[in-house]
Design a protein around this ligand. Structure first.
Ligand code: DOR
Ligand code: ZN
Length: 345
C-alpha cells in the first residue's frame, strides 16, 4: 500500500500559545486537520468563557485565509471556578471541555487545582451539563518518582473521582503507561484517552541514551519501551476509547536548550505523518482513520468530518528548524526521515 486516503483528522489536544506565535502554530495546525481542542494554559490562563471567546477570536484572526479549520476552546479549572461559569461555558457553544491541571504538574499549571475536593460543585455541574473534564494525569507529590506519577495519579485521584462522579465525561490526556491503558480499557465509555505521536514513536531511550535530547522532553515524560508497546496496542486496537491528541506544545529553542529546559514537543510540522509512521510500523495503517478522524468526534458528540486527506509513501526529511513568532523552534524528530507525506492538500 503506498497511498492512503482518510477522513480529515482532528487534534483533540493542542497548545497554540498566544501573540506572535499564533500565526505559525495556527497555520501548521490548520494545514491538514479540521479542528483542534485548544488548551488553556496561557499566562494568565483562560479561566472564563469571556476570555475563551477573546482567545478564540485571536486564533481565528491568525488562521490562513480560506481555511475552514476550527478551534474548540477549553477553560482552565481553578479553585475559584464557579458552577455558574460552567453553565456559561456550556451554553456558549464554543467551549468543549475544562482542563484540570494538578497545580505544579507541568508548564503554566501554577494556577491549577491543589485539592480536588475543593472543585466538587464545579465537577457536579459539568457532570450535569455533559461538559467533559480533560485531565493532566500526574501527581505532583515530590516523593513520587517522575516515571510513576501517572500510575499513582490513577490510583489516588482518577479512580476515586470516577466513582464519586459516576456520569462525568473524562479524557485522560496524553497517556504514557500500560497502567493508563489498562485503566481506560476497563472503564466505562465515559472515559477516553488521547495519545501523542511521541509516545507512540519513542521511549525514554530516545530522550536519554547517548546524550540528553531536550526536544524529546515532554510531560508526562517518555517511559520505557514496554509502556510504548502498550500505547501502540491501544491506539491500533480499534477501540473508540483512544484517539488522536498531539499535545503539540511549542517552546522556543532557547527555552529547551538550557540548564532547566521546558517540557513540550512541537509536532504540527508533521502531525498526521508522524502518526502514519507509528501505525505503519505496527502494521495497522487500516486503523489510523478511526483513531485520527472518528473516535474523538464521537466522544465529544460532534459530527465527523466529511472531506479527506491523502498520504503517499514517499520518504521526506523533516525540517531542522521552524519559526515560532520571533523565536526559533526545533520540532519533534527534526532532520529525520519519515516515510509518509500528505499530498495535494
Ligand atoms: O510537555 C508538556 N508541555 N506537557 C504539558 O502538560 C504542557 C505542555 C506545555 O504547555 O508546554
Ligand atoms: Zn498538553
Amino acid at each position: 500500500m503506498d497511498t492512503l486516503t482518510i477522513t480529515r483528522p482532528d487534534d483533540w489536544h493542542l497548545h497554540l500559545r498566544a501573540g506572535a506565535a499564533l500565526k505559525d502554530t495556527v497555520r501548521d495546525a490548520a494545514r491538514h486537520f479540521a479542528r483542534a481542542i485548544v488548551m488553556p494554559n496561557l499566562k494568565p490562563p483562560i479561566v472564563t468563557t469571556e476570555q475563551a471567546a477573546a482567545y478564540r477570536t485571536a486564533i481565528l484572526e491568525a488562521r490562513p485565509r480560506e481555511s475552514a479549520w476550527q478551534p474548540l476552546m477549553t477553560l482552565y479549572l481553578t479553585e475559584a471556578t464557579s458552577p455558574e461559569e460552567i453553565d456559561t461555558a456550556t451554553s456558549s457553544g464554543f467551549v468543549h471541555g475544562v482542563k484540570y491541571y494538578p497545580a505544579g504538574a507541568t508548564t503554566h499549571s501554577e494556577a491549577g487545582v491543589t485539592d480536588i475536593d475543593s472543585v466538587s460543585a464545579v465537577l457536579e455541574r459539568m457532570e450535569k451539563n455533559g461538559l467533559p473534564l480533560l485531565i493532566h494525569g500526574e501527581v505532583t507529590d515530590p516523593n513520587v518518582d517522575i516515571f510513576d506519577r501517572e500510575a499513582v495519579f490513577i490510583d489516588r485521584v482518577l479512580a476515586p473521582l470516577m466513582q464519586r462522579f459516576s456520569e462525568l465525561k473524562i479524557v485522560l490526556e496524553h497517556i504514557t503507561t500500560s497502567e493508563a491503558v489498562q485503566f481506560v480499557g476497563e472503564a466505562d465509555s465515559r472515559l477516553a484517552a488521547t495519545i501523542t505521536p511521541q509516545h507512540l514513536l519513542f521511549n525514554r531511550n530516545q530522550l536519554l541514551s547517548g546524550g540528553i535530547r531536550p526536544h524529546y522532553y515532554c510531560l508526562p515524560v517518555l517511559k520505557r519501551d514496554s509502556h510504548q508497546k502498550a500505547l501502540i496496542n491501544a491506539a491500533t486496537s480499534g477501540s473508540p476509547k483512544y484517539f488522536l491528541g498531539t499535545d503539540s506544545a511549542p517552546h522556543g529553542r532557547h527555552d529547551k536548550e538550557t540548564a532547566c529546559g521546558c517540557a513540550g514537543c512541537y509536532s504540527h510540522h508533521a502531525a498526521i505523518e508522524l502518526y502514519s509512521e507509528a501505525f505503519e510500523t505496527a502494521g495497522a495503517l487500516d486503523k489510523l482513520e478511526a483513531f485520527a478522524s472518528f473516535f474523538g468526534a464521537d466522544f465529544y458528540g460532534l459530527p465527523r468530518n466529511s472531506d479527506t486527506v491523502t498520504l503517499r509513501k514517499s520518504p521526506w526529511q523533516l525540517p531542522d528548524s521552524c519559526s515560532l513568532g520571533d523565536e526559533e523552534l526545533i520540532p519533534l524528530h527534526a532532520g529525520e526521515t519519515l516515510q509518509w507525506q500528505v499530498v495535494g492538500d
